[in-house]
Design a protein around this ligand. Structure first.
Ligand code: KIV
Length: 265
């Protein structure tokens, strides 16, 4: 298997081919994901909730993210490795530069993901100018949960949808290599994907984009509490974890996931 790079993803977008993204936090699962055909592994700060047991992603630290990113790199050498910049590890462009460099040098990340729109544009520009690939995360921003009050769909009204479209454009102009949209209406996702020249990944945002991402533990049905409506338990009908992940990858690439019941209009 040849290594997947950003060029691979750009070429896939040009050809209209979808790629599969999934979270992982350790070497064993990472090697399963790589064998099962996942193209991009995200070391999400969801690790705070599904691995560490916190109720939000806010407590996750940069040292913890580096540790888990290094573990994932050990298990997957050829899959593109993206890591989250945890809450406030990107509070200023200079701090973000230092922490993103650590994620790459110490953790082996190839892309860093930052939550935010207009407010992170200068940071994205600086990182991009210094050779750090960036994914801009728009829509529902879990790191802002204490301000938002609840996890809910974003961009429902005309003004906020317009703002999100503008912010997606600004992030791309600042040098973002990927965009990720979480929990926005399917029509808004489609509009962002059409306007963007970079690959766009979705979660809870409909199927009209270049990739889907899920939290691995949701896909395996082992996240405590209620599974998000946009997610699906792939282990239910599979004979092994690898078969479940392979079926997810197949369905994403074939445009079968998300299906109508997972799409929020
Ligand atoms: O932290 C995470 O796992 C994420 C995904 C839900 C997109 O950011």
């Amino acid at each position: 298997m040849s290594a997947i790079t950003l060029s691979t993803l750009r070429a896939m977008k040009k050809r209209g081919e979808k790629f599969a993204t999934l979270t992982a936090y350790d070497a064993s699962f990472a090697s399963i994901l790589e064998r099962a055909g996942i193209d991009v592994i995200l070391v999400g700060d969801s690790l705070g909730m599904v691995v560490q047991g916190y109720s939000t992603t806010v407590p996750v630290t940069i040292d913890e993210t580096i540790y888990h990113t290094r573990c994932v790199r050990q298990g997957s050498r050829n899959t593109l490795l993206m890591a989250d910049m945890p809450f406030m590890s990107d509070a200023t462009p200079e701090l973000a530069l230092a922490n993103a460099a650590r994620l790459m040098k110490e953790g082996g990340a190839q892309v860093v993901k930052l939550e935010g729109g207009r407010v992170i544009v200068d940071t994205v520009r600086l990182l991009s100018e210094r050779g750090i690939p960036v994914c801009g995360h728009l829509g529902l921003l879990p790191q802002s949960i204490n301000k938002l009050g609840s996890y809910r769909i974003q961009g429902r009204d005309e003004a906020s949808a317009q703002r999100l479209l503008e912010e997606a454009k600004l992030l791309e102009q600042a040098g973002a290599d990927l965009l990720l949209l979480e929990c926005v209406p399917a029509a808004l996702m489609k509009a962002v994907c059409v306007q963007s020249t970079v690959p766009v990944i979705g979660i809870g945002a409909g199927g009209d984009c270049d990739s889907q991402v899920l939290v691995l533990y949701d896909l395996l049905g082992i996240t405590p509490g209620k599974r998000p409506r946009f997610s699906k338990n792939f282990l239910e009908d599979a004979s092994s974890v690898e078969a479940a992940v392979a079926e997810y990858a197949r369905q994403v690439k074939a445009g079968e996931f998300p299906a109508a019941e997972q799409i929020i209009a």
